[in-house]
Every structure is written in C-alpha cells, then in structure tokens.
Write a new protein. Structure first.
Length: 228
C-alpha cells in the first residue's frame, strides 16, 4: 500500500500538459527553429554553409521541446532519459565554431518552449538575432578587410616587373612561398598583400596578366576575411 501511495505522489509531482499546451509549445518550437535557421542563413560567411545544418536547428528545437515536456517535473524520467540518450554517440565535426552557438540557441529555444516560457523564448531569440545581425554587418573581429593572397608563376630569368606592379597597388606585401618548377624555368610565388583603399582589384589583376613573363595569376581573400 505504501508503494502505491508513493507512486501516486510521484505522478502528482509530474506536470501533465494539456493537448492545447502541447500543440502551442511544439508550434512555437518549430517557428523558433525556423527563425534560428534563417538567421544562420543570413549571417553565414565562408564556404562551410550546409542546408542539413539548417534542418538540424529546426529538428533540435522541436525535439528538445518534446523531451522537456516528457520529463516535466519527474526526476525519475530525467535520469531515465539521460541513460537512454547516453547510448547515442554524436561524432559529427562542426566545421565552423560559430555553428555551435546556433546549436545552443536551438536548444535554449526548445527548452523555453517546452517549459511554457513563451516570453523568454521569443524575446531571447529576438535579442540574439539582433546581436547576430549587428555582428554580421559590422564584420566584427575582422583584422584586415583588404588582405589577399596573390599567387603567380614567373619565369626564372624574368625582370620582376610584377614587383613594381604589386608596389603600385599594395601598401604592404610579403613573400610567403616560392616553389620552383621541376624544369627550373619558372617559379611559383605566393604573396600576402594588403591592398590600398582606393585601388581596383580587377585592374590590379589585369595589369599583372599583361606581363609576358607571368602566368597563373590568382588572387584570393586571406583567411582573416573568409573561412575555409
């Protein structure tokens, strides 16, 4: 009899969600997941964009919302869920460290929706979105906005006309790498250059291509600007 009474008391401690509350919580989690993924798409930079990551943010928000409603106020369910989830091993490598913040954002949105903290879920997501947008448009954290990597192949016996062209368009340049060809007739050079603020990058590349002793002229953004 005592075991039955303890079981009933334990069930009374568990919050039971009404069907309307369940639908509202899951619906809000879905909308916030879509909102998080859209902010990720708008503010993303670099080459590591993933459509599956956008879908993952939506799923995480909904699933966490459902999980938190399953747990409720029942401590036994919480421990049982931890034991069940410990079986799963997540080994997916996050390509961009900023993606981790979006994962936690989706988790927080799902938790807030599942517990019925609607104002916290909506207002918190709006504030985080504003912060993400401001950091994106201000290019916060970028060191140099005009730093590039110049790669070109020059003949070994050339008169180095490209040096004067680089000095004309760049305020600073450093030779990073020199790789001679197997036949010894040419050398592939890599330069780290910081362009002047009032120059045209296309004109710079065109002028280098006009030099007869040069080939394979390539200009790419430095790692301070683009994620690889």
């Amino acid at each position: 009899m005592e075991s039955v009474n303890s079981f009933l008391e334990l069930e009374q401690m568990t919050h039971v969600y009404l069907p309307a509350e369940i639908l509202i919580n899951l619906g809000l989690a879905f909308l916030l997941g879509m909102f998080v993924s859209s902010i990720y798409k708008i503010t993303h930079k670099g080459l590591s964009y993933s459509q599956s990551f956008m879908l993952t943010n939506v799923f995480i928000a909904i699933i966490v919302c459902m999980v938190i409603m399953v747990i409720g106020n029942n401590l036994a369910r919480a421990f049982a869920l931890v034991g069940a989830l410990s079986i799963i091993r997540f080994r997916t490598v996050v390509k961009d460290t900023k993606d981790t913040a979006f994962i936690f954002w989706s988790l927080a949105a799902g938790l807030a929706s599942g517990t019925g903290s609607y104002f916290l879920a909506i207002s918190g997501s709006i504030i985080i979105a504003v912060v993400a947008y401001v950091l994106n448009i201000t290019n916060y954290g970028s060191i140099n906005k005009s730093e590039f990597i110049l790669q070109l192949r020059a003949l070994t016996k050339s008169d180095n006309k490209h040096i004067s062209v680089i000095s004309k368009y760049a305020k600073n340049s450093n030779l990073l790498h020199a790789e001679p060809a197997g036949d010894g007739l040419s050398v592939k050079n890599s330069y780290d250059i910081i362009m002047k603020s009032d120059v045209d990058l296309n004109k710079f590349v065109s002028e280098l291509n006009e030099i007869d002793d040069l080939s394979e002229v390539v200009v790419i953004a430095a790692k301070n600007d683009v994620d690889y």
